[in-house]
Design a protein around this ligand. Structure first.
Ligand code: MTE
Length: 357
């Protein structure tokens, strides 16, 4: 089992807590409803002793306390964090995905992150010309194949130099909680959640992507099984930007609904956070489509909330939602198009079977 902790799934009333913004008509997920995904136990870190190391291809390696980081200009970004395993459960229709969490639409939340900009710290350190990637390593201790190391990953230098990549110390107006990476985490808006490394302890500038297990051997899309090791995806493509996606949160799968006008609601987000150009719903598994209304438009890096009403006669129906965005991306119709060995980044039309009576 790869998971040490993952919070959320369902609250006391049985709602998927990812639906909280729909109920409250806000883009932001309150911290207590925010999903967590950690591959090891939350480390206990003493803020007074905490130091962030910056090394590799920099002119001036750094070793910074939280007070020294606090001197950098403060910046705030609203961003939706999406785990690459979102909607993996739909791929199980094509066969088992051993060792992977069968997430449905749960591991996604939107937060108001605050801290300093990565670009400001990189300017202070002086990036050398040869640097192409920025590696992050966390202060947690993951065990894989008999080795113990901090969770890590990397982003392209070009992404790192965008002003909105944060070294965040606050979420939704309060200091980060331990499970979300206190005292400091990376927040990489528009990229899969795994690159937003929590309990950030080291930043390394390099010519190559991170060799960390979670960059080199996991969070990669590989469509062919390696016959020697069915769980090895090291030959796949490393995940970076989140794909265009649209998810229906109401009604939920197999929920009884009254025949007649039925309200559908959910969220959608463009590739890497790009603006949406359409959201459409289908009352009949994709045979016919009608536009959905955007009820709360997202900001640059967040989801948007949508709503639509469809007419359902009595009987069993498969509802569906799909979206398009400014990059020209569309969502594939079937899971055969997105299947990959570890079941990442599923963005097929989201289908929800219901019974109308
Ligand atoms: N950072 C560290 N150090 N360890 C982890 O296990 N999990 C990653 C990422 N950063 C992880 C990490 C994954 S897979 C996701 S989806 C997000 O953190 C989840 O962030 P959250 O728990 O604050 O929601």
């Amino acid at each position: 089992m790869t998971s040490i902790s993952q919070r959320l799934v369902h609250d006391a009333e049985g709602h998927n807590t990812a639906a909280w913004p729909l109920r409250q008509k806000t883009l932001l997920t309150p911290t207590e409803e925010f999903f967590t995904r950690s591959h090891a136990a939350t480390p206990t870190l003493d803020p007074a002793a905490f130091r962030l190391e910056v090394d590799g291809l920099v002119e001036h390696p750094q070793r910074l306390s939280l007070d020294q980081l606090a001197v950098l200009p403060r910046h705030q970004v609203d961003a939706t964090l999406i785990c690459a395993g979102l909607r993996r459960d739909e791929l199980l229709a094509l066969g088992p995905l051993p060792g992977e969490l069968p997430w449905g639409p749960e591991p996604v939340s939107t937060g108001r992150w605050a801290g300093c900009r990565l670009v400001d710290l990189l300017r202070q350190a002086g990036v050398r010309d040869r640097a192409r990637y920025v590696h992050f390593v966390g202060l947690d201790t993951v065990e894989r194949n008999g080795e113990r190391f901090g969770f890590g990953g990397s982003i392209d230098l070009a992404k790192a130099l965008e002003g909105d990549v944060l070294l965040a110390s606050a979420l939704n107006g309060s200091p980060l909680e331990p499970d979300h990476g206190a005292p400091l985490r990376a927040v990489v808006p528009g990229w899969i959640g795994a690159r937003s490394v929590k309990w950030l302890g080291r930043i390394t500038l390099s010519l190559e992507p991170s060799p960390n297990y979670f960059q080199a051997k996991a969070y990669r899309v590989q469509r062919e099984l390696n016959p020697a090791d069915h769980r090895d995806v090291s030959a796949g493509t490393a995940l970076s930007e989140i794909p265009l996606n649209a998810v229906m949160l109401e009604p939920t799968r197999d929920q009884p609904v009254p025949a007649g006008a039925v309200c559908l609601r959910g969220w959608a987000i463009g590739t890497g956070g790009a603006a949406l150009t359409s959201v459409e719903v289908s009352p009949n598994a994709g045979a016919d489509w009608q536009p959905a209304r955007i009820t709360l438009a997202g900001t640059a890096w967040t989801w948007s909330l949508w709503e639509a009403t469809v007419e359902l006669p009595r009987g069993r129906h498969v509802l569906a939602v799909r979206a398009t965005d400014r990059t020209g991306a569309t969502m594939p119709a079937t899971v055969a198009a997105t299947w990959n060995v570890k079941g990442y980044a599923n963005n097929t039309w989201h289908r929800v079977p219901v019974q109308a009576s």
